[in-house]
Design a protein around this ligand. Structure first.
Ligand SMILES: *Cc1c(COP(=O)(O)O)cnc(C)c1O
Length: 366
């Protein structure tokens, strides 16, 4: 239907298509100069020494957790309110993801949520920049130093996010990004790890390339986690447009803040001072207890407006319940947050007219 408003969709222009076409026609379609160009440009953009591209943002998490020394029997502390791959990346290494709560306002984990869970088995801390809202990085760095534990930030949703005066990507030991189609910068499928640590970068480059240090010389058990040049061709164009995208996202968010600020029962995202530029990967409104989220979403759907629930917390995922025996009430803050959060449309292609329709529909549906 032509007046359908999706919650998010990839923003692809003619220049994107042209870059992909040129790459395919060039005959060099994997691990060539476009991947290198994308890595160099991304590293420069976020101001970090190394950027290592991979085939998706789950591979990057797996490879990064491993590169940070996590192995069998170790523990990595991960918020329960996140996407499944944050925790899965730990399980892939036969290590244990120890789940923690989040802050009820930012929905990000804070050091205080992880502190009581640290044991001598803890090897890495993995907080997440949820919905592209930056973590409180100064606090996290201080915490990492206090416990001498490295941080891997799952910054999958935070390409373009600014923390204070700096882009997210160099604040902690390593950051993992995703370029899935609904992210602000997409390559179709893709991911990137950023780090200032030379040894971690070297480890990642070997691991993603079948464990080879040079051709047909395999010194590790590696994977094929390489990014193709076709994906990188798209990434280069998308990265060049990311500052524009951030500007547009900010306008969309500002529209919602202005037009939804006095709607009873709807809480708008809280943005702390240090979050100088959230990426607005998603714009998640939080509904009052008394509002039935699914019925509300159903009404919007009837008006051709798509919404989406946040990720159900890890501790209610059937696989995790089966394996670890979690109950919903084990993490009440995250469970409640998930029940009340609803992502409303934030696609870069939204027009002012469509934004107006979303606002009107929300008012009419309450
Ligand atoms: C998108 C996302 C991922 C995974 O990325 P893929 O590229 O889809 O594998 C990981 N963590 C979070 C928080 C995400 O939003």
């Amino acid at each position: 239907m032509s007046d359908f408003i999706p919650v998010a969709e990839p923003y692809i222009l003619e220049e994107d298509a042209k870059a992909v076409y040129e790459c395919v026609r060039s005959g060099w379609i994997s691990m060539g100069k476009r991947v290198k160009e994308f890595e160099d440009a991304f590293a420069e953009y976020v101001d970090v020494r190394h950027a290592i591209a991979m085939n998706n943002g789950t591979s990057t998490l797996h490879a990064a957790v491993r590169a940070m020394g996590v192995g069998e029997g170790d523990e990595v502390i991960v918020p329960t309110l996140t996407y499944i791959s944050s925790a899965n990346s730990v399980l892939f290494l036969n290590a244990k993801p120890v789940l923690c709560e989040c802050d009820p306002d930012t929905f990000n984990a804070e050091p205080a949520h992880m502190e009581p869970l640290i044991t001598e088995k803890a090897k890495v801390l993995m907080p997440v920049d949820m919905n592209g809202l930056p973590l409180n990085y100064d606090r996290w760095t201080e915490f990492a130093t206090k416990y001498n534990l490295p941080i891997l930030a799952d910054s999958a949703e935070a390409a373009g996010t600014k923390y204070v005066d700096k882009l997210v990507g160099s604040q902690v030991k390593a950051h993992s990004f995703s370029f899935f189609p609904n992210k602000n910068l997409t390559t179709g499928e893709g991911g990137m790890v950023t780090t200032n640590d030379d040894a971690i970068a070297e480890n990642l480059r070997i691991f993603r390339n079948q464990g080879q240090d040079y051709r047909y010389h395999h010194i590790e058990l590696g994977h094929n986690y390489r990014m193709t040049d076709i994906h990188a061709a798209l990434g280069n164009v998308q990265l060049a447009r990311l500052e524009w995208a951030m500007k547009r996202k900010r306008e969309i968010a500002a529209f919602y803040y202005e037009h939804l600020k006095d709607v009873p029962g709807v809480r708008l995202p809280y943005v702390p001072d240090y979050a100088t530029r959230p990426s607005w990967y998603m714009f998640a409104i939080s509904l009052d207890d008394k509002i039935d989220r699914d019925r509300f979403a159903g009404r919007l759907k009837e008006m051709n407006i798509e919404t989406r629930c946040s990720f159900p917390p890890i501790h209610i995922q059937p696989y995790y319940v089966k394996r670890f025996g979690y109950k919903p009430e084990d993490y009440p803050v995250s469970y409640k947050a998930w029940k009340q959060l609803l992502n409303i449309p934030v696609g870069l292609g939204l027009t002012e007219d469509q934004l107006g329709r979303v606002v009107d529909a929300i008012r009419a549906s309450l």
